[in-house]
Design a protein. Structure first.
Length: 242
């Protein structure tokens, strides 16, 4: 069943009243997970204090697993990569090369202090990004993230193409989304991704769907879709720290 989050007025959710543009930054190296969390927390605190602009940070991680606040120890089946406990929402997931992670630091108190609407807006951002490649992403009531139907695998089969996990502190968001461009999908087999055990529900990527898409292509689509949902961005040169 499609979630009623689709009925939310997403395109006006995140307009800042009298606010500036969102900084848009892309790291040109794989960022270690502890470093990314430390930098996000520092930036979120600065945003809450009015000392920094909002930020979207695009990056890749080296291969690793993360567990959110709903994670269960039994969801890690094979500890082939480091695993990090984190304060974001959600369960276990994989991050690694070929996956575009977008960490989103927005001041929801100045925008719309509604966590449910914010998650729906992130889903809408992903769905619009995928639409740029003629991929139909969909929400599901009982499964967080964005899914694509796989009739080629059988009736009722669906694969997850993007994950969402967020945290808020003083109404400033951090953590964010991850879209599978061309990761090594076998690494998801070492976990129960996001706690989903139904064999009809797997994991896919844009390249797995047969699309010759690069991370740079996805970055362009992400920025356009972000501006459609959340508002204007301002560019920064590629950097490795925030």
């Amino acid at each position: 069943m499609v979630n009623d989050r689709q009925s939310l007025d997403l395109t006006t959710f995140a307009r800042v009243s009298g606010g500036g543009e969102v900084e848009w930054r892309i790291s040109d190296r794989q960022v270690p997970y502890p470093e990314s969390v430390a930098d996000m927390e520092a930036r979120a605190a600065a945003i809450a204090a009015g000392q920094a602009s909002e930020l979207v940070w695009l990056l890749e991680h080296p291969p690793l697993y993360t567990s959110g606040t709903s994670g269960k120890p039994g969801d890690l089946l094979d500890p082939r990569f480091p695993m990090f406990e984190t304060g974001r929402g959600g369960q276990l997931t994989y991050h690694g090369p070929g996956q575009r992670v977008a960490y989103v630091m927005l001041d929801l108190k100045r925008r719309r202090p509604d966590v449910r609407a914010y998650v729906a807006a992130l889903e809408e951002w992903i769905i619009r990004t995928l639409a740029a490649f003629n991929v139909r992403g969909e929400r599901r009531e009982d499964r967080v993230g964005v899914w694509v139907a796989r009739p080629d695998k059988g009736a009722g089969y669906e694969d997850k193409i993007a994950a969402i996990g967020v945290r808020l502190r003083r109404w400033v968001s951090f953590h964010g989304i991850a879209i599978n461009v061309e990761p090594e999908l076998s690494h998801f087999s070492a976990i129960i991704p996001c706690g989903v055990v139904d064999p009809r529900y797997g994991v896919t990527s844009l390249v797995d769907l047969g699309l010759p898409v690069t991370t740079a292509d996805v970055d362009v689509a992400l920025r356009q879709a972000f501006e459609d949902v959340f508002g204007a961005t301002m560019a920064r040169l590629p950097e490795t720290t925030i």
